[in-house]
Structures are given as structure tokens and as C-alpha cells.
Write a protein that binds this ligand. Structure first.
Ligand code: URA
Length: 219
């Protein structure tokens, strides 16, 4: 409805308000959650941003629709579920922290490698884990299919068959493929943390809760 020049004039005149505050900077980032008014006219009502953490059980897919399996959205008792998406999917058999939101910018900050936020996985394996794994994971592993080398990952060995692995990216089946380099099968995989967000120990598998304002602000 307005061209660039019009918009600049409106901004300069202080006629545009976002969430009640006058905005004069043309670089201001308008989001779908913002209420936008021009003089007394409502241009966009805005909508509430929603953020949840879920303890994903095994056997439920990290997708919004699936022909065979239940999806994580089926576990949520919330309105307008089609607006929600999953920030950082987990495999069918993987359990643990899953973040579900309608705020795409926020979830990208949480998941993209550029943010350098660690995702921590508790891994159980079929065969013993040796200190060599930590060296190889720290150097990075070449994935021929994608023609890339994984970012340095930290391995903390907890027991003969158990470790915590911190990744800074999420490639397809990444943890299973990293252990697969040693022909060691992953038999349990559980995400405990994504950056500042820790899976709430009160949440049983399949349960979820809204994130607190403090948790949302940490990302
Ligand atoms: N790595 C995997 O192999 N699977 C997951 O679900 C997450 C990380």
C-alpha cells in the first residue's frame, strides 16, 4: 500500500507504532508477533509468541504430519498447532529435549551452527567407548554424502558404554554416524540440553511445558 518513500515519510513523522512505541528507523525488524499501528489504524494485530519444551518419547516423529506414526504435535494440547514448528528435530528412536515454537527467528538462533550453541546428547552404545573417540570427534569427521567435515565436538566418557556428546550442528543422524565411524552402534540417544535450555527433569516422556520468560530470553 505504501512505497519506500511514503514509508520513510511516515516513519520520520512518527506516525508508525510497533507494540505501542513510535518507530522511526526503517531498519526496524517487524515480526508477525508485533502489533503495528499507523496513526489510529491497526495494520497488523500481532499474535502471541509461543514456546514449549517437550520430553520426546521414542516412537514419536519430530514432524508436524506423518502417515504412520504419532507426531510430537499430537502430544500437545494447544490451539492453532499448525502454526508451530520444531526447532531441531530428533530421530524416531531418540528421546529428550525438543523445542516447539511459532517463533522462527528464535528457533533459528537456537539451532543454527553459527550460534555455536552446544546440543548435549547422552549416548549409550553396544561396544565400549575408547578415548580415541574423543580425539576423532574433536578433529571432526568427514561425511562423504554431504561432502563436509563435522564441527569439533566434545566427548565426555561417563562409563565403558556411555558418554555425553556436545554438538554444535545437527546433521542427518549425526550422532549415530559419528559412532558408526567406529562400527559402534548407538542403542540409546537422549538430548539433555540445547544451548541454555536444559530438559526439565520434572517432565516425564511425552510431557511438555511452556518455557519461562527467562528461558526464552536466554536464547
Ligand atoms: N543425532 C542422531 O543420530 N539422531 C538424533 O536424533 C540427533 C542427533
Amino acid at each position: 500500500r505504501f512505497n519506500r518513500a511514503d514509508a520513510r515519510l511516515l516513519l520520520a513523522a512518527g506516525r508508525l507504532r510497533v507494540d505501542g512505541a513510535v518507530v522511526r528507523d526503517a531498519r526496524f525488524e517487524v515480526r508477525e508477533f508485533s502489533r503495528i499501528e499507523l496513526d489510529d489504524e491497526l495494520l497488523q494485530a500481532g499474535k502471541p509468541a509461543r514456546y514449549f519444551m517437550l520430553n520426546k518419547p521414542a516412537g514419536v516423529v519430530s514432524a508436524t504430519e506423518h502417515a504412520e506414526h504419532r507426531t510430537v504435535l499430537d502430544l500437545l494440547d494447544e490451539p492453532d498447532k499448525h502454526e508451530l514448528h520444531i526447532g531441531g528435530r530428533l530421530d524416531l528412536t531418540t528421546t529428550g529435549l525438543l523445542v516447539i515454537t511459532n517463533d522462527g527467528l528464535w528457533s533459528r538462533r537456537l539451532t543454527e551452527p553459527r550460534s555455536r550453541l552446544g546440543k548435549i546428547y547422552r549416548v549409550s552404545t553396544e561396544k565400549p567407548i575408547t578415548p580415541e573417540y574423543a580425539e576423532v570427534f574433536a578433529r571432526g569427521l568427514y561425511f562423504a554424502y554431504e561432502n563436509l567435515t563435522t564441527l569439533p565436538a566434545e566427548l565426555e566418557i561417563l562409563g565403558s558404554h556411555e558418554a555425553l556428546l556436545t554438538l554444535h550442528e545437527g546433521r542427518y543422524h549425526q550422532v549415530k554416524r559419528m559412532f558408526g565411524h567406529f562400527q559402534n552402534k548407538v542403542i540409546g540417544l537422549h538430548r539433555e540440553r540445547m544451548g541454555p535450555l536444559q530438559l526439565d527433569p520434572q517432565l516425564a516422556p511425552g510431557q511438555y511445558r511452556a518455557l519461562s520468560a527467562a528461558e526464552i530470553a536466554q536464547v
